[in-house]
Design a protein around this ligand. Sequence first.
Ligand code: ADP
Ligand code: MG
Length: 691
Amino acid sequence: MPVAASDPVTALPGVGSGLAAKLSQLGVERVVDLLLHAPLRYEDRTRVVALAALRPGASSLAVGCVEHAEIRHGRRRSLNVVLADGAHRVRLRFFHFGAGQTNRLVPGVWLQVFGEVRAAPGGLEMVHPETRVLSGPADGQAPTDRLTPVYPTTAGLTQARLRGLIEPLLERLDESGFLPESLPDEIRADQQLPPLGEALRVLHRPPADADLAAVLEGRHPAVRRLAFEEMVAHQAGLRERRRRIRQRQAPRLVSSGGLLRQFLQQLGFEPTAAQRRVLDDVLTDIAGGEPMLRLVQGDVGSGKTLIAAAAAVAAAEAGWQTAFMAPTELLAEQHAATLAGWLDPLGLPVRSVIGGRTEDATRAALAGSEPLVAVGTHALFQSGLGFGRLGLTVVDEQHRFGVHQRLALRDQGEAGALTPHQLIMTATPIPRTLAMSAYADLDTSIIDELPPGRTPVTTAAVPATRRDAVVDRIAAACAGGRQAYWVCTLIEETEQVQARAAEATAEELTQALPDCRVGLAHGRMKSADKETVMRAFAAGNLDLLVATTVIEVGVDVPNASLMVIENAERLGLAQLHQLRGRVGRGRTESHCVLLYQPPLGELARRRLSALRATTDGFVIAREDLALRGPGEVLGTRQTGAVNFRMADVMRDADLAPAAQAAADRLLAAHPRLVALLAERWLDGGSEYASV
Ligand code: ADP
Ligand code: MG
């Protein structure tokens, strides 16, 4: 039996566990993955370049006769060979060579060489070119009429080995049943895309006259075809997952509305029109018998917590519990406090479940059937807690969680016959086409309005050399009754190192600001201590809060109007935007100071100026996407949908709507092809199978 595309690579002749391990580092596990391993670039060995026409910088195929060869014993021993073609010469240099090579490369021998040409003091040279001894000058034809792929690889795995594995598979593309076509003709015709076999052949072995720039930039129909197929596979996977969830029964959270009205009345402010609209979406969803799968996107400070709280009130009124999950302890604590403030007066209990031990009383309450709101980190579902009557789960700041954590929270409620409704909230606004790819399983509502009375935050970038001036500004702010944050950032350091840096900064600022009450919050502090500090800051009993990035998400103290971010050049745009979102929440004019270590690199400079130019999260997200790529914008590499191999969410954005339409068509009419796509691109569909 010939090796099948879905077999592990070890099924191929000569591939043992050592090679398989290396391939695995490249994401190549199965035979088909080799074919989906796209070259980084190509080398042109399709024409022999006359020595007179060699140009520095280009990798070229050349032919000549060895005129001279000698071993030099300079700083490094080297074999130097002069290759001649009439009046023109090129020097070949080898630093690693054996007796075989010295014996072969002797005057009078005709050689074909391939390598990068460099300009050296004595003329042009090639260092360690590939060489082939020819029988004579007439034999100097190009060995191939196709371009040669150069693949991404890993230590100990040569290009030759990779090519040797992939080449024979290309020969099998026309073999029936090896790699069946997965897109129906009519869909390919619509998009004017070539068949699969042809696309893969172009990708790995473009003809000499192919538009290489188009291949490398993904504009070539062959590459578009593969990207499109991958996008269809992901869309279909997510849609299928959505369909399966939708088939389940959810509790109908229908409320009389009395408690909800009471909740809205005692808020002390009017929900914005955007909040009302989104809340309507949510209330309509949860009143239905299908599980809600709704993503609420809203920029930092747009008031997402209110939506979740109102939904929880409606759930409680219908007799059901809500689990509210936040990504950090600090945020969970803060949510617990906010929700208690809103819900206690309604007689709806709020229970917090934050790491460590969960009190017996809380356990019992969750397992019981009385409505309540449980607020916590992922400890909510990791500690084996059971909910008696879970009707709604809320995941706040979803971009901070992995998809598995999100699913685990929902599965928590799966014990019963009913599936809880899911409300997912994110402050990372993402462009529509990216959302289409990443969240194809979710319905989306957008809070596109900030509560009234907010004054935009003014942002300045200040070099660390002017740190003293920044400290003076804090002194002035405190003297004026305003509050400030000082965020200490260290990238890739342990929490312990971060904590120590924050402690040192807090000490230094306490000295420098004798009239300021300085507090400290970092990830290594006990929950209770952190909470005490946060409460003191929120109550206005501290003027300056020195913190690590633990305060990045969700923290809400409206009187804080000055934010200093140290080493701002090291943070990503999204994170800076989140941090800045901690100020500008009240009526006082707010400022954000991005303190940086000069000199600024090009990327850092662009990030800081983007941040100064706008406070609009959507604009920032687009810039972030352009600067860093989608995996980072979405925070973690959680959604298979964004971790594409062939497709590029930005580059292929125009394909997203067609891919979605194609996915729906396949789901409706070609279930067999959906399975084939899942198997090919989604690793057997396991990414979505657990749902
Ligand atoms: P985010 O969307 O970043 O989670 P929050 O829910 O924390 O925003 O809300 C930010 C602040 O705005 C909170 O203090 C909240 O009470 C307040 N807020 C929310 N909605 C309104 C509104 N409609 N009018 C005035 N303030 C509001
Ligand atoms: Mg929030």
